[in-house]
Design a protein around this ligand. Sequence first.
Ligand code: GCB
Length: 613
Amino acid sequence: MKNTLVLVLVYVLFQPVILAQEERMMNIFARRCTDFSGFWKYIVDPYENGYYNYRWEPFDRMERPGKGAFFLNAKPDAPSDLVEYDFDRSDSIQVPGDWNTQKEKLFYYEGTVWYKKSFDYQKERASNRVFVYFGAANYRAEVYLNGKKLGTHTGGFTPFHFEITDHVRERDNFLIVKVDNRREREGVPTLNTDWWNYGGLTREVMLVETPGNFIQDYFIRLRPGDPTCIEATIRMNGPEAAGKFVRVNIPELGIRSEGVTDENGWADLTVHSKEIRTWSPEDPYLYEVILETTEERLADRIGFRTIQTRGRSLLLNGRPVFLRGISIHEESPFRKGRAWSEEDARQLLLWAKELGCNFVRLAHYPHNEHMVRMADKMGLMVWAEIPVYWTILWDHEETYRNAENQLSEMILRDRNRASVVIWSVANETPVSEARNRFLTSLAAKARELDPTRLISAALEQTAYRGQPDVRTIHDPFAEVVDVLSFNQYIGWYDGLPDKCGRISWKIEQNKPVLITEFGAGAKQGLHGERTARWTEEYQEYLYEETLKMIGRIDGLQGCSPWILKDFRSPRRVLPGIQDGWNRKGLISEDGKKKKAFTVLQRFYLEKAGDGRE
Ligand code: GCB
């Protein structure tokens, strides 16, 4: 009861002032899209000369910004005119894509780059509406169409869009985006992370055309506790969103349900069937679900399953499940840069499958939508996470708002994905009153947006009552989460692998336990003694010892070792070994497996054989 009160109070205190949730449109790929993938013109602007005048006043807040403003795409009208930039004579860069790995001069760059795309556009129907959609832009984007500002978005890993119905014309449009990836102390993430700060328009940019009144959002799921009932919440957007006829149709089940939206454009429908085939890693079954109105038909492929906890057990569709996981960063298996494509997702998840996984932890931020859709298809449960990482400014209201906004954007994009079973609100954050309030408030938001999934965060472990060889989780946020997850590096940052044999665990919370990270750095191809750092043998030894150790944890319901593949990190500078890569991958950056891959694979094979699913 006390906990609930605190939770409510915290939640009220942290209520954001602006939550542009109604602006979010989901299932973007199923809509009428014009893909802007390809070459865009770009200008590197480290001093933000195209954004501020010499008195440091932003051009986009001036009545007459003059030709210095890059978003105007100005051209000299006469030979005597002074214009000191020209998109059309500038270099080109591929979108989607990070700029760091496309242009050598931008490898370490953190700052502003301006992008420009010119296009003509013919609407399918005069009454239709048009939006410009961004899968992600890291970190802050200012968006302009034909010289007019559409808006700003903050946060590098979630989608956003702006309506351009009244601004787009049939000929000679120019879309200009200022992307700034400078790290900020008050940002989410903050200044220090153990991953590369890839900048740019890192995911698809598209125009999306919808009917005047369109299905903006829906949430279709099994009713918790009742595997025969599918609940659908649908939200319409448009001048006639209220009183609108809507229908959910699942042809394969032969069921339809119809209703009318309320005064806010929402409709709640339910459908019953005794024959619902549940989604699981062994049978990742997806139904075609069609949503219809008089103006629109929107299709999706949705799996139905339940995920719950009972004491220390984790139940998928009511049956105990052990999460055979691996952590993954969003880096391409092919290009050594940010991943964004379906092919990237397929290869990363194929490796996870080969390892014997039924679960992936998508660290440390929301990955692109192809990843979760591919996980749906391939049968991998997903832990999805926001970049509330290490040392966020817990007392800063704007930081909270930003974190909550990223959480909401992630959940609204992915809450129809059966693969996603856990929303994680943080990674390795130091316990303090302010941090507890911050995270508790995020957990409440996640539960409000999605009461059907489990909430967690990667916590840290400590010595139990001053005994260094007995470890425990001593963190008030452990009371809030559904799944007790933590990272531990015994044998790497804490002793050598043989230390694992001396450690015992005393976990007092009556919740399922997940080890979200353990690992050791190894340079693929480097061999030696098993106690020699950076050798494949050391990493192999650490996996062997760790897997024995975690087997002694009561309530252990899975793990997601760190990490599938080596990934870039500016913190990792050891010449000849790291060279800018975190080497804890089971696979090298160029796709070669290390010895520890087989150790984990064997462990998962045994786990899969123990009949727990
Ligand atoms: C951690 C972090 C992860 C790092 C990893 C490491 O605990 O959660 O982001 O990359 O350790 O390699 O040190």
